[in-house]
Design a binder for this molecule. Structure first.
Ligand code: NAP
Length: 300
């Protein structure tokens, strides 16, 4: 197979490359069909996905079987203040990839987010793929439009929503908490936004299982179990062994102290129903996955 990875230097893009190189990950070996896969890793300096003509020409030239789009404008607060850039990367980027993939009959695996949802409580039930999106931030809104363009313009598509992602490479909440704990006695974290922390290893492994299937459509793919950002931070600090206290606060208190902060959904826990009903849900429980991260992370 020939798999092109856009945004290859980000958290997820790096993890996908590592798994394809090793033909396995912490969860086990990759599917047989991925043996000796040719990987085409690209990031913005080689291909800016907001450039439609360049994207179409690149994919025509390289003729991948599958494109996995990990490129995105992922800074949620930054999307709020730079909406044009968010729209270009998160909406037009996937549109361009969808147009390009369809021309060469390639499959497009596009990664999206739990932030397409409003955060309404849903009776405490995790949201499955039938739930209706209603984003409350520029990030969520532009990612939702990107999903729609992928559905509109590429016949053989997978849209995979994940959440609260952390990987060995790149910036994420886990590393931010550990760095803060090195210089602070106390950190305060919101306790009224609930979701599913997700290890990039688990996500990448399931994207690659989907890549060799014909089960096109929309998926949720998060680690299992629900917690708040406060619960997640408390577990991170416990595993780090650093002498720091984590204190809970409400979103209203956090917003008052950080007025530049974008709205985030209060309830965005996802249910991996479509995975369970197709290639299987082997996503770990979020606590097992963060424990594994600390076992393997080199601290950088
Ligand atoms: N991170 C999360 O918590 C989270 C949660 C839910 C869903 N997701 C989704 O998961 C996917 C992967 O996220 P991630 O955390 O791995 O992202 P990431 O670490 O921020 O990586 C994104 C990569 O895309 C590149 N990029 C940005 N604009 C581009 C453009 N115009 N053309 C080509 N490449 C471009 C970035 O380059 P620069 O660094 O140079 O900008 C970066 O290398 C994204 O679709 C994201 O929306 C992430």
């Amino acid at each position: 197979m020939k798999i092109m990875i856009t945004g290859c230097r980000g958290q997820l893009g790096t993890e996908l490359q590592n798994q394809l190189r090793d033909e396995r990950c912490e969860l086990g070996p990759l599917p047989e069909r991925l043996r000796n896969t040719t990987v085409i890793p690209v990031d913005i300096d080689e291909l800016d996905i907001t450039d439609r003509e360049a994207t179409i020409a690149y994919i025509r030239r390289h003729q991948p079987d599958t494109v996995i789009n990990c490129a995105a404008f992922t800074n949620v607060n930054g999307c709020e203040t730079n909406r044009d850039a968010a729209y270009r990367v998160n909406a037009l980027g996937p549109r361009n990839l969808a147009l390009a993939c369809d021309k060469v009959n390639a499959r497009l695996i596009h990664v999206s987010t739990d932030y397409v949802f409003s955060g309404a409580p849903n009776g405490g039930i995790p949201l499955d793929e039938c739930a209706l999106p209603a984003p409350v931030s520029a990030y969520g809104a532009t990612k939702l439009l990107g999903e729609q363009y992928v559905r509109d313009f590429c016949r053989r598509h997978f849209i995979v929503r994940t959440a609260w992602l952390y990987g060995y490479n790149g910036k994420n909440f886990v590393k931010t908490m550990v760095n803060l704990a090195k210089t602070h006695d106390t950190i305060t974290v919101v306790n009224d936004q609930l979701g599913n922390p997700t290890n990039a290893v688990d996500l990448a492994y399931h994207l690659l299982k989907l890549a060799v299937s014909h089960d096109y459509g929309t998926y949720h793919c998060t680690c299992n179990g629900v917690c708040s950002w406060y619960d997640f931070a408390a577990e991170i600090i416990r595993l780090s062994g650093l002498p720091c206290t984590v204190k809970p606060c409400t979103s209203a208190e956090y917003a008052a102290a950080h007025p530049e902060s974008a709205n985030r959904p209060a309830w965005s826990a996802l249910d991996n129903r479509a995975l369970r009903c197709s290639v299987g849900d082997e996503m770990r429980d979020w606590k097992d996955a963060i424990q594994a991260f600390f076992n393997n992370w080199n601290g950088e």
